[in-house]
Write a protein that binds this ligand. Structure first.
Ligand code: SAH
Ligand code: SF4
Length: 358
């Protein structure tokens, strides 16, 4: 393992598929995490960038078998925040020096939704003088919609491929959720000039370590700027999660696999932004901090009003359901300090990999 790590530390893309699978298989990951942290520190320093996450609506036209807000889950209370509230939360995040936000919701296509988001983007851009980083995570859309939202002020887009293995993709989605469309969307986003992010769920039923190694190669092939990955966590009201309950041992396994995936991704790609996602914290209270120590450099604190959070549960045991954004800011500052890092307040935190006008 030490030879592989040395090799990976020396330059990006310096691991084979089987090297990556081998690193993912390790049961003693301390040196893997340390090597990934060294690479992270080289490109980013001991800094963590923040994205204030606004989960502005849970209506969704899709039916992903793993997700708690899929359209067939009739037990969800559906909501969408008013435009004024979304703008208020974004301006609050800006005033609190978050530097950037993520606007996320279920996937909706159609002119009403497109124009709604476009109008919000214009208002936020105007009220924050174009200084706030804005990421969208609103699923698959047409080229024209992506173009309109980019023109209205969104500079980044997150669209997880979920798994780069088409056979596994088709097992976790209904037949009309096309893998090819998702890949095409990622190409379009790059061509339009977005900082483009993708990622996968780790620990899916039937997912091999080789499939995860292929995911890392896929990230490179797609020339991504940002990676957002997290452990798959069952949701009891879904076809994939209805009979599943993670026991403490399973949770630890899921957490370790997700952390190892962050580390090998850092070691393979070197200069991208990688998020320590909230799903890590659902498995362990210190999950996100462990993610940062395994090579991640971005955290996405939830700034959505507390009253809506329980209606946006993609998986069971979502953390921080009752912690308001101001409290969360204090808690985060403390958490980051305990691992010897500091928050880059007021910075947009662009991906070091991203080259404008490429
Ligand atoms: N609708 C948009 C954005 C919201 S879903 C989209 O699908 O792109 C955001 C992410 O939540 C998904 O990409 C998926 O990776 C993750 N997610 C959904 N259900 C999950 C679960 N049960 N466990 C872990 N992550 C999940
Ligand atoms: Fe909808 Fe996204 Fe959940 Fe799929 S993962 S059901 S697109 S919110």
């Amino acid at each position: 393992m030490q030879t592989r790590l040395k090799q990976a530390l020396s330059c990006p893309h310096n691991l084979s598929r089987s090297d990556i699978a081998e690193l993912l298989a390790t049961t003693e990951p301390a040196s893997l995490f340390a090597a990934a942290y060294t690479v992270k520190e080289r490109h980013i320093g001991k800094h963590v960038a923040l994205r204030g996450l606004i989960e502005f609506g849970n209506h969704c036209q899709k039916d992903c078998y793993y997700c708690g807000i899929r359209k067939s889950n009739l037990q969800v209370n559906r909501y969408r925040l008013e435009a004024d509230d979304i703008v208020r939360l974004a301006v609050w995040a800006y005033a609190q020096q978050y530097g950037s936000i993520v606007l996320q919701s279920g996937e909706l296509e159609g002119e009403e939704n497109t124009a709604f988001v476009e109008n919000i983007l214009r208002r936020i851009t105007a009220e924050t003088h174009g200084k706030l980083g804005i990421t969208l995570s609103l699923g698959e859309q047409t080229d024209d919609v992506y173009q309109r939202w980019h023109a209205a002020g969104a500079q980044r887009y997150l669209l997880r491929i979920e798994t780069s293995n088409p056979a596994l993709y088709s097992q976790i989605h209904p037949a009309d959720h096309a893998f090819a469309r998702r890949v095409n969307c990622l190409h379009t986003l790059r061509q339009l000039g977005y900082q483009t992010g993708s990622g996968v769920m780790t620990g899916l039923p039937g997912q091999s370590l080789e499939a995860l190694a292929d995911d890392v190669l896929f990230f490179q092939h797609m020339n991504l700027d940002m990676i957002g990955m997290g452990p798959y966590i069952p949701h009891h009201q879904t076809p994939m999660g209805n009979a599943l309950n993670l026991n403490p041992e399973d949770k630890e396994k899921q957490l370790q696999l997700a952390l190892k995936m962050i580390a090998v991704t850092r070691l393979y790609l070197h200069d991208v932004n990688i998020a320590a996602t909230t799903a890590l914290q659902a498995l362990d209270d210190r999950g996100r901090e462990q993610g940062l120590l395994a090579g991640a450099n971005v955290i996405m604190p939830n700034v959505t009003d507390v009253e809506y959070r329980s209606n946006y549960q993609l998986y069971d045991n979502k953390p921080c359901l009752d912690e308001n954004a101001a409290k969360c800011r204090t808690c985060l500052t403390w958490r980051i300090r305990t691992i010897g890092e500091s928050i880059s307040w007021g910075q947009r935190g662009d991906s070091p990999h991203w080259q404008p006008n490429r």
